[in-house]
Design a protein around this ligand. Structure first.
Ligand SMILES: [Zn+2]
Length: 118
């Protein structure tokens, strides 16, 4: 998880099955536990449209939902249906400014040399 300025907040071990939604939910829950209530925060995730829908359906982090903003990473946005792009494309949402949400991808690229040994 990285901040808006691509500084690492947490690393997690995603295990052998790779990237799963519950890792994102766990990190969100951990971060929200560290911040004051009603702290407005934006989250980027590849399939945030699905996750946002599931958070509402399953009432996950329900008390925080009014203060959370969601967007897809800019390069993933075009892989979504048009209604998803309208709701979650970061450049169609003024609250995200020029942030592209690709910070984790950039961090991952920087760490590329040590991945085989880890
Ligand atoms: Zn979508």
């Amino acid at each position: 998880m990285v901040c808006q300025h691509d500084n690492v907040i947490w690393f997690i071990n995603m295990g052998p099955n790779g990237e799963k939604q519950y890792f994102m939910l766990a990190m969100m829950q951990k971060l929200l536990g560290e911040l004051p209530e009603s702290f407005t925060m934006g989250f980027f995730y590849d399939v945030i449209c699905t996750m946002h829908h599931e958070m509402e359906c399953w009432q996950l982090l329900l008390k925080c939902l009014p203060w959370l903003k969601f967007a897809t990473l800019v390069f993933h946005a075009y892989g979504h249906q048009w209604p998803c792009q309208l709701s979650y494309h970061p450049y169609k949402n003024l609250e995200f400014g020029c942030t592209d949400g690709e910070g984790c991808e950039r961090e991952w690229n920087l760490l590329n040399g040590i991945i085989p040994t880890c």
